[in-house]
Design a protein around this ligand. Structure first.
Ligand SMILES: [Zn+2]
Length: 246
């Protein structure tokens, strides 16, 4: 069996609107990590017709929920792909303690572990304000915000002069707050779990995107270098050196 002991594994935890997708992309680009989201994993496995993918397909076609066991099998298969050797970021998995335990067992059997569970911490009130204030011009799609970006002339789009604006139905304050409450309920046990394993890293995600990226890099870079050890590829060494000189 392949040696996975030099494969860094990260988990990114954060509520909708915290910029998880953007940050994961940065980590992919800068460290060669592969982002694995549950939805993508399932789709790929079903399309590839692997045994676990076929199992997932029949469950989904019957309208059922794909079991943790199937997801773990799909993840086991995916980790064996060569591109994952540089390291992975899990997004959307695990969501529960049984999933976290199953993941831990899988990684242990591979000789690796979750090196950091990075929690993007947000202030709920500020998040509600940030998300629920968003709206876009109906005419040209320009984005506005009630607090942070109002048109120069009230009610008239700066770009196209339209007076019609639209707002995503699920961006209203009540919905955003409900989403956050659900997120905290779901994530709190995981936060405790990874606190116990020593992998938890909390990161203030209320600043601007650039400074969050910087803090994230400071967590990810040393772990990545350390875990990869001597097997660091040229590409990655170059990327890291470039960053050091920035
Ligand atoms: Zn407009």
């Amino acid at each position: 069996m392949r040696d996975y002991s030099n494969v860094p594994v990260f988990i990114l935890l954060g509520p909708p609107g915290a910029g998880k997708g953007t940050q994961a992309k940065v980590l992919e680009d800068q460290f060669g990590l592969i982002q694995l989201s549950t939805g993508d994993l399932l789709r790929q496995a079903v399309a590839a017709g692997t045994p676990a993918g076929n199992a997932a397909k029949s469950v989904m076609e019957a309208g059922g929920l794909v079991s943790d066991e199937i997801v773990i099998n799909i993840l086991r298969d995916r980790l064996a792909d060569p591109d994952c050797a540089a390291g992975v970021i899990l997004d959307g998995f695990p969501r529960t303690i049984p999933q976290a335990e199953a993941l831990s067992d899988l990684l242990t059997s591979y000789g690796t572990q979750v090196h950091a569970a990075i929690s993007l911490e947000v202030e709920d009130d500020a998040m509600v304000e940030r998300i629920s204030g968003r709206h876009t011009c109906d005419g040209c799609g320009e984005g506005y915000h009630e607090t942070f970006k109002r048109p120069a002339v009230e009610g008239i789009c700066d770009k196209c002069g339209s007076t019609k604006f639209r707002r995503r139905a699920d961006d209203n304050a009540d919905t955003v707050r409900r989403r956050l409450v659900a997120y905290h309920d779901e994530t709190a046990p995981l936060i405790s779990f990874y606190k116990k394993t020593g992998a938890l890293q909390a990161l203030d995600a209320m600043g601007d995107i650039g400074s969050i990226t910087n803090e994230l890099r400071q967590i990810v870079r040393p772990i990545t270098i350390n875990v990869r050890g001597v097997q660091v590829s040229d590409k990655i060494t170059k990327t890291t050196q470039m960053e050091e000189t920035q």
